[in-house]
Structures are given as C-alpha cells and as structure tokens.
Design a protein. Structure first.
Length: 118
C-alpha cells in the first residue's frame, strides 16, 4: 500500500514538472491527443491505439475524444448515461443534439462498443 501511494506521489510530481504529461504514464506527450473530459494528454501507445486511428476519429464530425477513465463507469463498462447527458446538454437545439449523438456513436465505435439492447 505504501509503495502504491509513493508511486502515485512520484507520478504527481512528474506531472507537475512536465508541460503536457501523459495521463497514464506521466511522461511528456508530443503531438498526441487529449481527453475532452479530464483534459489529460495521452500517448497513443498508453491508450492502445494508433496515430492513424486517432486522426481518422478526430476528422469525423468534429468528434470529441474521451479517455477510457472518462468513458467508463466504476464497474468498467462504457458510461452510457454520461453519453446521454452530453447529448441532453445540447437541448433544445435539435441539430446540436444530433451532432452530439453522432459524436457519441463514433466514440463507441472507436472503443469497439455497441449500445445495449433495450
């Protein structure tokens, strides 16, 4: 337990000294992507994706990227309620709601997830 706390403290110190620290490994990021939720920068290798995947994703419909920590709930499943709340925040502007719904669908596809059956 003490070693885990020390590791967390060491990573926090690294993040404080680094301009754009990776939210996963704390090493500085260069030309990587950041999460629209927690605003942390992340290496593509740290989030198990490629630069090509992120570039394609970011070009589609002004997609917003959310890291797995922000996209998942406490049980480790994709947080569909958060997806819906981001869509609902665009109300009553129907066009913006449709755009946000497309973004959320792209995020689900990016993480190879599908909507649950009703």
């Amino acid at each position: 337990m003490a070693s885990r706390q020390r590791l967390y403290k060491d990573n926090a110190v690294k993040r404080a000294r680094t301009a754009y620290p990776c939210g996963v490994c704390s090493v500085e990021c260069q030309q990587e992507d950041n999460c629209n939720g927690c605003e942390a920068w992340m290496h593509t290798k740290c989030i198990n994706t490629s630069n090509k995947q992120l570039n394609i994703y970011s070009l589609l419909s002004n997609a917003q990227f959310y890291c797995l920590q922000c996209a998942k709930d406490a049980s480790g499943h994709v947080n569909f309620r958060a997806c819906l709340s981001r869509i609902a925040a665009c109300a009553p502007r129907v066009f913006r709601m449709c755009q946000q719904a497309e973004r959320e669908q792209l995020l689900l596809l990016f993480y190879c997830r599908v909507l649950p059956e009703c």
